[in-house]
Design a protein around this ligand. Structure first.
Ligand SMILES: [Zn+2]
Ligand SMILES: [Zn+2]
Length: 402
């Protein structure tokens, strides 16, 4: 049934006005010119929004492209207040994909949405540019979900804060790891039921001998994407190791069932010892905020760690120079050692549902709340931004105003 309650006439948005401007943002009450929803559109009142590294970059960018005024933000959980999407009713709490796919190009029709020729992203022009719509970014009281956006109801057992993790970081991790297991390492594939609930990993772990036969993965970089990759890989049956220059992040990753490998182990940092060869290396150095950090060259790229026939999974959107000098994977390595290389910076619509299911099935198992900052009201956005730049928390959470 088509539902059309009266649409709001006002929204409170964070307007980014250009990194060079002081201040670079204002919080504004905007008039909403929306008269009615188009077919399949959904209007959401935002409960919480996440401040992703790509949003934060905009505020410190020196790129002239980052000067256009817009409403940033592509991660949110909210309540549906109007809907013309069959199956998505008013009153339902939802998360939604950070991208809006056209659904009509050749790639979308073939189910390869990552290659969509007309994709737009929430919080980026033109979806969030003021001339197009004032409801195109999630740092706002309301956001208008277009017809090509995946929308997924959130079960009551998943809190607002945890749900925030689904639509950007976790869906991308699942897209990458599922490709790793289904396409390239099918012998590792544990079916989605196991991923969704039963603890295959724990069962295998109970016998030391079996534990040794589990596939191994090394996650490099323990930002949000890396930590969630540890959780997903361990649920998929991997024995997971992790590396990062930041000791507190390594400790956090250990709560997501990875064994930290400390570069300089000491009494307070007992380090796991890496096997001589691992089945998969997952590079998750996604944040451009990591630029200034002296990140060590991933050992894999020096040809040491990945076993012949193993897979390299590059997750997120790294800046390659962050890898350091000499850290280039040579074509000869890929041939000579039968390597498989997978890049995953985006995901398909179904991965959003997978992400929500993963959160639901692992509630209580992983301390997701430890990934999140305290909630900042939109009126205190300066402190939210400062907190994001200080990087004490892996995801800064903002509550819009109504
Ligand atoms: Zn994001
Ligand atoms: Zn398309």
């Amino acid at each position: 049934m088509v539902q059309q309650p009266p649409l709001p006439t006002q929204a409170t948005c964070l307007l980014f006005v250009g990194a060079a401007r002081r201040p670079s943002f204002v919080v504004e009450n905007c008039r909403v010119r929306l008269k009615e929803l188009a077919p399949s559109e959904v209007l959401v009142r935002v409960r919480l929004a996440g401040l992703c590294a790509s949003d934060v970059r905009r505020f410190i960018s020196e790129d002239a492209h980052d000067e256009c005024a817009l409403v940033p933000g592509h991660e949110a959980v909210g309540d549906v207040i109007a809907s013309r999407r069959p199956g998505i009713e008013v009153g339902v709490r939802v998360v939604f994909s950070s991208s809006n796919w056209c659904s009509t190009c050749e790639w979308c029709r073939r189910g390869a949405h990552v290659a969509c020729e007309n994709v737009t992203k929430y919080g980026h022009p033109p979806l969030a540019s003021l001339s197009e719509s004032e409801l195109g970014g999630t740092l706002s009281s309301h956001v208008l979900l277009r017809a090509g956006t995946a929308v997924c109801p959130v079960p009551t057992s998943v809190s607002d804060g945890h749900a925030l993790l689904a639509s950007c970081a976790l869906a991308t991790v699942l897209a990458g790891v599922l490709r790793l297991t289904t396409c390239h390492m099918p012998m590792l594939l544990l079916d989605r039921n196991k991923m969704a609930g039963e603890d295959a990993a724990a069962t295998a772990e109970s016998a030391e001998g079996e534990s040794r036969t589990k596939p191994t993965a090394l996650v490099q970089g323990c930002g949000l994407v890396g930590v969630l990759a540890c959780a997903v890989l361990s649920e998929m049956g991997f024995r997971v190791f992790c590396e990062d220059f930041n000791v507190s992040r390594l400790r956090l990753a250990s709560k997501f069932h990875a064994q930290p490998v400390f570069r300089e182990a000491g009494p307070l940092t007992p380090s796991a010892s890496l096997p001589e060869r691992v089945d998969a290396v997952v590079v998750a150095i996604g944040s451009r905020l990591d630029y200034s950090d002296p990140y060590p060259s991933p050992p894999l790229l020096q040809g040491q760690l990945l076993r012949p026939g193993g897979a390299l999974l590059l997750l997120g959107q790294p800046r390659y120079s962050a890898f350091g000098k000499g850290a280039t994977l040579e074509a000869a390595d890929i041939y000579g050692r039968d390597l498989c290389v997978i890049g995953a910076s985006e995901y398909e619509p179904d991965h959003l549902k997978d992400a929500v299911q993963f959160l639901e099935s692992t509630e209580g198992k992983f301390p997701y709340s430890e990934l999140l900052s305290p909630v900042y009201p939109l009126s205190d956005f300066q402190n939210a931004l400062t907190s994001a730049l200080e990087r004490k928390f892996l995801r800064v959470v903002v509550r819009p105003m109504y």
